[in-house]
Ligand binder design. Structure first.
Ligand code: SAH
Ligand code: SF4
Ligand code: F3S
Length: 376
């Protein structure tokens, strides 16, 4: 009988695409996707560390496999991703769940094949150094008409609340030639949407003297075929006019921009180390709206960052009302171990965060209603 695999993915599109790579390796070895976790011979959890809730879910869901593994000792259980790129978390999982066979991180995902061939009984593989080896992995696309294409890995920004720079390493851009080849292949295979991925796509090329992000966008748009292009995520501090111009000038680009603002208070933006002001952010929004008619603008907002007063929060609400976003991902601030904000004064209670997040969701609904009634 054919062997099967089941992958549970947490977190962002980056992880979704990395699960496609794990699936690529498994497929190459003759495995088929299982429709139920219980039917799988290899069970993988690709984890996220962005907020406490994401990590709690992993502990809960992996913990629930104890019985299954007891009854089927030959099943292989692997846990990988951003959570296990933190050494202490990897060690904790290894210790409290003796039925996990393989633990590895984001830096050594490219060794997945070797890990499957491991000769030891259990394996905790932790590597500190990051590279671009993962880009050489095979992949099995699982996102319908959309093909995810990494353009870069890592992040240099160290927003004070964020774990990503610690679990994904510094920025590493892929050679543009590799990206173009991958897009050409995806288009030939019939994918209708190409989504270019990176934690901060606007700084593409800066680490290796390659072409800029806007030049890359142009090259991708020059590829022949019937397809659209999207990208994520843009950091406002690096979103320049040349990028806006390229998107405005070519029909291949979805007229959608996700531009995480995080807060509408300059005091909080500074404490977050976001490196832009509300005024600067609003000027970019104005430029986008004036150059790209009917553009959809979406954002991420964190409420309850340490030191966020009622007035700071009020300023975030005002910004939301001004921009009239087409979609908002609002999060309650979650303390991440090892980040600068972990040690900041003025941590906010759950109740206050909860009230503020609900207020943002309410505003989002009101804006939607207003727009549906034809007021823009
Ligand atoms: N690289 C992207 C975002 C990646 S994380 C960017 O800079 O825009 C996705 C979102 O998760 C962030 O935009 C932020 O709103 C949220 N986030 C990150 N760390 C968080 C934390 N510690 N608590 C709550 N939300 C967080
Ligand atoms: Fe995190 Fe900031 Fe990097 Fe985005 S830009 S991944 S929020 S550190
Ligand atoms: Fe989570 Fe890692 Fe993405 S922490 S949000 S899966 S980069």
């Amino acid at each position: 009988m054919e062997k099967k695999y089941y992958i549970t993915t947490y977190g962002c599109q980056l992880n979704v695409h990395e699960s496609e790579k794990l699936a690529g390796v498994l497929k190459q070895r003759g495995f088929l996707p299982a429709t139920k976790l219980e039917d799988a011979d290899v069970i993988v959890f690709n984890t996220c560390a962005i907020r406490e809730g994401a990590e709690d879910r992993v502990f809960g869901n992996v913990g629930a496999l104890k019985k299954l593994k007891k009854e089927h000792k030959d099943k292989i259980i692997a846990v990988c991703g951003c959570m296990t790129q933190q050494k202490a978390k990897a060690e904790k999982l290894y210790k409290i769940f003796p039925f996990i066979d393989i633990i590895f991180g984001t830096s050594n995902i490219y060794k997945f094949e070797d890990f499957l061939d491991k000769k030891t009984k259990r394996l905790l593989a932790y590597d500190e150094a990051f590279n671009l080896e993962g880009e050489k992995m095979p992949f099995y696309r699982t996102s319908g008409e959309n093909a995810w294409v990494n353009i870069m890995q890592g992040c240099n920004n160290f927003c004070t609340y964020c774990i990503v720079p610690y679990v994904r390493g510094r920025e590493r851009s892929r050679p543009s030639e590799d990206i173009i080849n991958e897009v050409e292949n995806a288009v030939k295979e019939g994918y209708k949407l190409i989504t270019l991925l990176g934690q901060n796509v606007n700084s593409y090329g800066k680490d290796c003297g390659e072409i800029s992000f806007s030049q890359l966008l142009k090259k991708v748009a020059e590829i022949n075929g019937d397809f659209k292009i999207a990208f994520m995520t843009s950091h406002p501090k690096d979103l320049t006019s040349d990028v806006i111009d390229v998107i405005a000038s070519n029909d291949k680009f979805l007229k959608e921009i996700h531009l995480p603002v995080q807060s509408g208070s300059n005091k909080i933006l500074e404490r977050m180390n976001r490196k832009y002001t509300v005024e600067k952010y609003l000027s970019i929004i104005d430029e986008i709206k004036s150059k790209i008619p009917n553009v959809r603008i979406t954002t991420d907002i964190i409420v309850g960052f340490p030191g966020e007063s009622e007035q700071d929060f009020e300023e975030t609400c005002n910004l939301v009302k001004k921009v009239k976003y087409d979609g908002i991902f609002a999060f309650m601030y979650s303390v991440r171990e090892g980040t600068v904000a972990e040690k900041m004064d003025g941590q906010i209670s759950f109740d206050v965060k909860n009230r503020r997040v609900n207020k943002i969701l309410e505003l989002e609904k009101e804006i939607k209603k207003e727009k549906a009634n034809g007021n823009n």
